[in-house]
Design a protein around this ligand. Structure first.
Ligand code: ATP
Ligand code: MG
Length: 408
C-alpha cells in the first residue's frame, strides 16, 4: 500500500475523551476512527489487523471441524421470548428498533437463540450430530460504560461458536478440543504467555464456565492467581466454597487486572430445551440436544495486542497480526528508484511511505504505525549496496545487501 494514495493520515492528537492507550494510539496511527464512546470505524490498516486475527481464529477452528456462517444482526423477538431474554429486565444491554410495518426487532448482542432456532431446520436425528457452527459478526450491546478503547465497544466484532451434541460426554470431548484450539489461537496472536484459562461461574447446568483472561493493566476484570498461575479464578467464583473444592487457600492468591478475550460455556439444555431443539436417538427416543458456546472478542483482542506491545513511540505489532511486514522508505534519487523496485509485487506486505515528506516525519510515522520492520534505502546505504532494516520491537539495526533484500 502506498501512503501517498491512502486517505488516512497519522494524527498528532487523539480525541480528548479517548483515555485508553489502545484507543488513543489506534486513532492517532490511522487504524480506527472514533464515532462516539464505544463506537469506532475500522480504516484500511485496522481492517488488515482484524482480518489477520480472524484468519488465525478461522484456521484453528476449521482444523477441529467447525463450519463458518454469517447470521443476521436484526433479531426476531420470538425465539428470545421463549428463553425470556428479550426482556430488558433479563438482558439490560439490548438495542431495539422498530419495523416500519409495525413490530419490534432487536440488534443481536449474541446469537444463542437464533442459532438454536436455525439448527432446528437441520437437526432431527443422531446422524445429524455433532455439529460446530461459528461466525465473525458484529454484536450490539448498550454498555453503560465504554472507556477502554476498542476493548469494550457498543458495537464490536465477536467470533461466536456453538456446538451441538447427542451426549454430555461428546460435549465434554469437544469442549476440551476448543480449550486446546484457544491455547493455540492466543499464542499465535502473541498473547499466549499472558492469557490464562480462568474459572468463572457456570449457571444452572454446570458449576463452572471458563474465561480466557489476558493479564494486562487495562483489563476491566479482577482475577486471582496462585504463585505458579496454575489456578486462576475470576471474581465471581473466588470464594471459600470454591477454594475448598480446589484445596486452595485464599492467602496464596494475588489479585490482578484481566481482560476477558474469550469465554467458553457448557450450555447443555439451557437454549435447546426452551427452543425445542431435539433429535431422535439410536433407540428411536426423542432427546434434547446438548449445546456449548465459545466466544472470542476479535476487536477486544486487537486492543489487547495493541496495548500490550505499544511503547512510548507508538504501536508495535507482532508479525502474525501486523497489517504489513515492512515499512519502506526511499531517500534520494537512486534510493527511491530501488525502493520502488522493492515495492513492485510486494504490495500486500509493504507499506510504502512514498509521500513527499521529510525523512524525520516518515521515521516518526513508521514508529507510530508499528510495522515490524522498517526498510530504509538511501543513496547513503546504497554506497555499500545495502538497505538498513530496523526491527520495530527491539530497535536492532541490520544492514542487508540489496540483492538479499530483493529475495525476501
Ligand atoms: P464482559 O464480561 O467483558 O462484559 P461477556 O462475558 O459479556 O463480556 P460474552 O457474552 O461471553 O462476554 O462475549 C464473548 C466475548 O466477546 C468476550 O469474552 C469478550 O472477549 C468479547 N466482548 C464482550 N463484550 C464486549 C464488548 N462490549 N466489546 C468488545 N468485546 C466484547
Ligand atoms: Mg464475562
Amino acid at each position: 500500500m502506498r501512503l501517498s494514495k491512502t486517505f488516512i493520515k497519522t494524527l498528532r492528537d487523539a480525541p480528548k475523551d479517548e483515555t485508553a492507550k489502545n484507543g488513543a494510539l489506534l486513532v492517532r496511527a490511522g487504524y480506527i476512527h472514533k464515532e462516539m464512546a464505544g463506537i469506532y470505524d475500522f480504516l484500511p490498516l485496522g481492517i488488515r489487523v482484524l482480518e489477520k486475527i480472524k484468519n488465525i481464529v478461522r484456521e484453528e477452528l476449521n482444523k477441529i471441524g467447525c463450519e463458518e456462517v454469517l447470521m443476521s444482526s436484526l433479531q426476531n423477538p420470538e425465539p428470545w421470548e421463549k428463553t425470556g431474554r428479550f426482556s430488558d429486565k433479563e438482558v439490560d444491554i439490548w438495542f431495539k428498533t422498530e419495523l416500519s410495518a409495525g413490530g419490534i426487532l432487536g440488534l443481536a448482542p449474541t446469537h444463542e437463540e437464533p442459532i438454536t432456532n436455525l439448527m432446528k431446520t437441520y437437526v432431527s436425528s443422531y446422524k445429524d450430530l455433532p455439529r460446530y457452527v461459528y461466525q465473525f459478526q458484529t454484536k450490539f450491546r448498550n454498555e453503560l460504560r465504554a472507556k477502554s478503547g476498542i476493548l469494550r465497544g457498543r458495537e464490536f466484532l465477536m467470533k461466536d461458536l456453538y456446538s451441538f451434541h447427542t451426549s454430555e460426554e461428546d460435549l465434554d470431548r469437544f469442549y476440551a478440543e476448543v480449550e486446546e484450539a484457544y491455547g493455540k489461537i492466543f499464542s499465535r496472536l502473541g498473547i499466549g504467555e499472558d492469557t490464562f484459562e480462568t474459572f468463572a461461574s457456570g449457571g444452572i447446568f454446570s458449576k463452572f464456565s471458563h474465561e480466557f483472561q489476558t493479564l494486562i493493566p487495562v483489563g476491566e476484570d479482577t482475577v486471582y492467581y496462585n504463585s505458579d498461575k496454575s489456578l486462576v479464578f475470576n471474581e465471581e467464583v473466588f470464594n471459600e466454597e470454591v477454594l475448598d473444592e480446589f484445596k486452595a487457600k485464599k492467602e496464596d492468591f494475588q489479585a490482578t487486572a484481566g481482560a476477558e478475550v474469550g469465554n467458553i460455556f457448557k450450555l447443555k439444555f439451557k437454549y435447546s430445551e426452551p427452543l425445542g431443539l431435539k433429535f431422535i436417538d439410536e433407540e428411536n427416543a426423542l432427546k434434547t440436544v446438548y449445546m456449548g458456546c465459545y466466544g472470542i472478542g476479535i476487536t477486544r483482542v486487537m486492543g489487547v495486542i495493541a496495548e500490550k506491545y505499544a511503547d512510548e513511540k507508538g504501536l508495535v505489532w507482532p508479525e502474525a497480526v501486523a497489517p504489513f511486514k515492512y515499512y519502506l522508505i526511499g531517500i534520494g534519487e537512486k534510493g527511491t528508484e530501488i525502493a520502488e523496485k522493492f515495492y513492485q509485487g510486494r504490495e500486500e506486505e509493504v507499506l510504502y511511505d512514498d509521500r513527499n515528506k521529510r525523512p524525520g516525519e516518515k521515521f516518526a510515522d513508521a514508529e507510530l504505525i508499528g510495522i515490524p520492520y522498517r526498510v530504509l534505502i538511501s543513496d547513503k546505504t546504497l554506497t555499500e549496496d545495502m538497505a538498513e532494516v530496523v526491527d520495530r520491537r527491539t530497535g536492532e539495526v541490520k544492514m542487508v545487501k540489496i540483492k538479499e533484500l530483493m529475495e525476501k
